[in-house]
Design a binder for this molecule. Structure first.
Ligand code: PEP
Ligand code: MN
Length: 339
């Protein structure tokens, strides 16, 4: 259950209620909400205690979200989550564009792409250093050296960086390289030990939807992060596996208005991995923003035919520039701004 106190309730009162709940052996989390104290009880609340808490005059209302996620439920906050990465704000008022190559491929290419990403007006730089490849013989990424190249390029062009972490043992390297946002890829969405380890790192996390994950499974994965102490979680729809083979995956735009009802977390879309075809990326980006996405993540490469991974879905730099221009217009139409 989620206990929402009246505005103006003191921290002291909230803490005494918290102690009362904990005396029954239940686990309680405290919302970072500043407007009022909000507590989430994550264990089943005995009926007598439920009644007692509901009847308190300082409790405005209690909510019981349908599923057993709590910390990502809309009732746990008074407004949608806002996340800051350097100067970039991700949240209800903004639209972001994350862009970069699928893989970090070397200093020269990385710097060239980063310059173009910055020039296009996109806000964040992506690039994979640890690559989850279907074939063990495909390019696996430069590993820690890739983190360095990505971060260096990000610093040169003042772009916070996002990159995928595949193993809990790499958290230290990610922190040492000051990676701004840790990506949990589709293939690891339910790697619970990784989720717990990444949550402890205290960094923002981009949580991609699993290849065949239901919305419920995806939200539980986000709840793992939240329960582990992570506040800055961005959900990313990247297409799901269906019977359709004309595109790499099937982009599920239904989740955008749906998730607005189910969570206070920001949601973005990765049309590159959904479609697998560069020419579909711009129209799908426009559709995503129109239906409420708080941003898009796209792949870009100076010479897609030579990319070491995912070339067919990579935009050319000038295509990225027009995608960002479109995103700016769409943000304005919906009363938002480019972050
Ligand atoms: C990626 O973003 O580089 C990636 C591998 O994406 P996904 O996990 O969505 O397949
Ligand atoms: Mn890719």
């Amino acid at each position: 259950m989620i206990l929402r106190f009246q505005r103006g309730t003191t921290v002291r009162t909230m803490q005494s209620v918290r102690a009362r709940i904990e005396s029954e052996g239940l686990r309680v989390f405290e919302s970072p909400e500043t407007q009022r104290p909000i507590l989430a009880i994550v264990d089943k609340t005995p009926p007598a205690l439920f009644k007692e808490l509901e009847a308190r005059p300082d409790v405005e209302n209690v909510a019981v979200p349908k599923a057993s996620w709590r910390l990502i439920a809309p009732e746990y906050r008074d407004s949608q989550t806002r996340i800051r990465l350097g100067k970039v704000e991700i949240g209800p008022d903004t639209v972001i564009v994350i862009a970069g190559p699928c893989s970090v491929e070397g200093t020269d290419t990385m710097d060239e792409v980063a310059r173009k990403v910055a020039k296009s007006g996109a806000q964040l730089l992506r690039g994979g250093a640890f690559k989850p490849r279907t074939s063990p013989y495909a390019f696996q990424g430069f590993g820690v050296e890739g983190l360095r190249q990505l971060k260096d390029a990000g610093e040169k062009f003042e772009l916070p960086v996002v990159t995928e972490i595949m193993d809990a043992s790499d958290v230290g390297a990610f922190l040492n390289h000051d990676i701004d946002c840790f990506q949990i890829g589709a293939r690891n969405m339910q790697n619970f030990r990784l989720l717990k380890a990444v949550a402890r790192a205290g960094k923002a996390v981009l949580l991609k939807r699993g290849l065949a994950a239901t919305v419920e499974e995806w939200l539980y994965a986000a709840e793992y992060l939240a329960a582990g102490g992570c506040r800055d979680i961005i959900l990313c729809e990247r297409g799901i596996r269906t019977f359709e083979t004309a595109t790499r995956n099937t982009l599920d735009l239904t989740v955008l208005p749906l998730l607005r009802e189910m969570t206070h977390l920001p949601v973005i879309v990765d049309p590159s991995h959904a479609a697998g075809l560069a020419r579909l990326v711009a129209p799908l980006s426009r559709a995503s923003i129109a239906v409420g996405a708080q941003g898009v993540a796209v792949e870009v490469h100076p010479t897609p035919s030579q990319a070491r991974s995912d070339g067919p879905q990579a935009l050319l730099p000038h295509e990225l520039t027009s995608l960002v221009a479109d995103a700016r217009i769409q943000a304005a139409i919906s009363g938002r701004r480019l972050a």
